[in-house]
Design a protein around this ligand. Structure first.
Ligand SMILES: Cc1cc2nc3c(=O)[nH]c(=O)nc-3n(C[C@H](O)[C@H](O)[C@H](O)COP(=O)(O)OP(=O)(O)OC[C@H]3O[C@@H](n4cnc5c(N)ncnc54)[C@H](O)[C@@H]3O)c2cc1C
Length: 405
């Protein structure tokens, strides 16, 4: 299909929005992006892990700059605290090739590749509507514009999703994730942890929870050196403190320090409890899946279409794959309706797979954890296969199971 005359409006200009804009541009559409936030999205920081094959595909397809710094590693190491003390017990080591990225650098790279689109910053979309002619309207404080297709890339509280799946709400997991970035100076005097992280990402397992730690390239605003500088990123999953009179939201965010002190081997606890944090936030874990990812002239991408529990490390991965899919179906279909139908078939299934995988991983790694300290490497492999139960995940790529990404 020649998408040359196609007018495409994109609601949201974050990872999914910029990637979908590139897809539209590459398929020949005339693209306009509306982003609510007025600030530089790169300052959101934090770490994002993607599979090596997807990273290569995005560089080859020119969605990402080859020069964007990443911090690839090839293995996953499992540690827990010995029950009789505070020292670490390494109980598993699996091949697991991942490409950790700095969120801000990833966004900046996508944003620069989408350079030729109209990108309205600080312009929230107030509503999206169907036109009787078959097109769609995007309404903002600046006026109303008409499009042939509208992409909802507006994240977890998507107005576009509300039009396609009214009343659909997230399903809470019942636990939270603390997400932080810490200066590697937190490892002063512990070079072996830093050395371990240069080749692997590390899971610190504890009863009813776990944390994952990995290095990411330093945020752009701290760069300026020769490159190669790293930050330590973590995501720690567990249960928040019981509600108590006078407990404030800040106390819940900093409770991760208590949790780490109580459950982690001392070297990992120190990083969380006493490391110099560049960011620290706490989110409830939840998931959501639309019944269908497109209904012409609308389609949904990224978190607007499906949110998986973050154990899959695949929300941004899915957003990027959504974009690759959109470009392909726009190029290969004979009409917009056919392109969006094909998009919906493929991406609804991908979202459902990830939502189910996230639940499976959440049950095994948070809700009903095994006796980690009794396990050894062979037990971790057997347990991982049982948890996946035939599902696929690039995080477990070394287990000999088929990897879909
Ligand atoms: C702890 C944690 C760890 C994670 N780790 C990984 C990982 O390792 N790998 C991975 O692939 N994924 C990971 N994810 C998931 C990933 O962060 C998200 O899936 C991804 O960032 C979603 O991108 P998005 O563009 O769809 O949504 P968002 O980044 O939320 O962007 C939505 C955009 O839409 C804008 N917007 C909203 N409403 C409007 C409106 N009305 N008008 C205009 N603009 C609007 C917002 O301002 C925002 O910029 C993780 C998530 C969490 C919570």
């Amino acid at each position: 299909m020649a998408a040359t005359a196609l007018r495409m409006g994109v609601v949201g200009g974050s990872i999914a929005g910029c990637a979908m804009a590139i897809a539209g541009l590459r398929a020949g559409a005339d693209v306009t992006v509306y982003e609510r936030s007025n600030g530089e999205l790169q300052d959101r920081g934090l770490g994002i892990v993607i599979p090596p094959a997807l990273h290569q595909e995005l560089v080859s397809a020119r969605y990402l700059d080859a020069s964007m710094e990443t911090a690839p590693v090839g293995a996953r190491v499992w540690v827990t605290r010995k029950p009789d003390g505070r020292t670490a017990h390494e109980f598993g080591r699996q091949p697991s090739a991942v490409v950790p990225c700095n969120w801000g650098m990833l966004w900046r790279s996508l944003r620069s590749r989408a350079g030729d689109v109209r990108y309205h910053r600080g312009l929230p979309v107030t509503s999206v509507e169907r036109e009787p002619s078959g097109g769609a309207l995007i309404r903002t404080a600046a006026g109303v514009e008409s499009y042939d297709i509208v992409v909802g890339a507006d994240g977890h509280q998507s107005v576009t999703r509300e039009l396609l799946a009214p009343g659909l709400r997230p399903t809470p997991a019942g636990y939270v994730v603390w997400r932080g970035t810490v200066s590697p100076s937190a490892f002063a005097g512990r070079p072996e942890q830093l050395e371990l992280l240069r080749g692997a990402w590390v899971t610190v397992a504890f009863p009813r929870g776990h944390g994952v730690f990995y290095l990411i390239p330093t945020a752009p605003k701290r760069a300026g050196g020769a490159g190669g500088e790293r930050l330590l990123a973590y995501a720690i999953y567990g249960y928040p403190p019981a509600p108590a009179a006078g407990r404030r939201q800040e106390d819940v965010a900093t409770y991760v320090r208590t949790l780490a002190d109580e459950h982690f081997p001392v070297e990992w606890a120190d990083v969380v409890a006493r490391g110099e944090h560049l960011s620290l936030m706490c989110h409830p874990v939840a998931d959501i899946q639309v019944p269908r990812a497109a209904d012409p002239p609308f389609l949904l991408a990224g978190d607007a279409a499906a949110i998986t529990r973050p154990h899959t490390a695949s929300g941004a991965v899915k957003a990027l794959q959504d974009a690759l899919c959109l470009e392909r179906v726009l190029r290969d279909s004979t009409s917009t309706d056919e392109a969006l139908r094909r998009y919906a078939d493929e991406r609804t299934a991908a979202g459902a797979h990830l939502v189910e995988l996230g639940r499976r991983l959440g049950r095994a790694q948070v809700e009903r954890t095994p006796e980690w300290h009794t396990m050894g490497p062979a037990d971790v492999d057997t347990w991982s296969r049982a948890v996946l139960d035939g599902a696929t995940s690039y995080l477990f790529g070394g287990l000999g199971v088929e990897v879909r990404e």
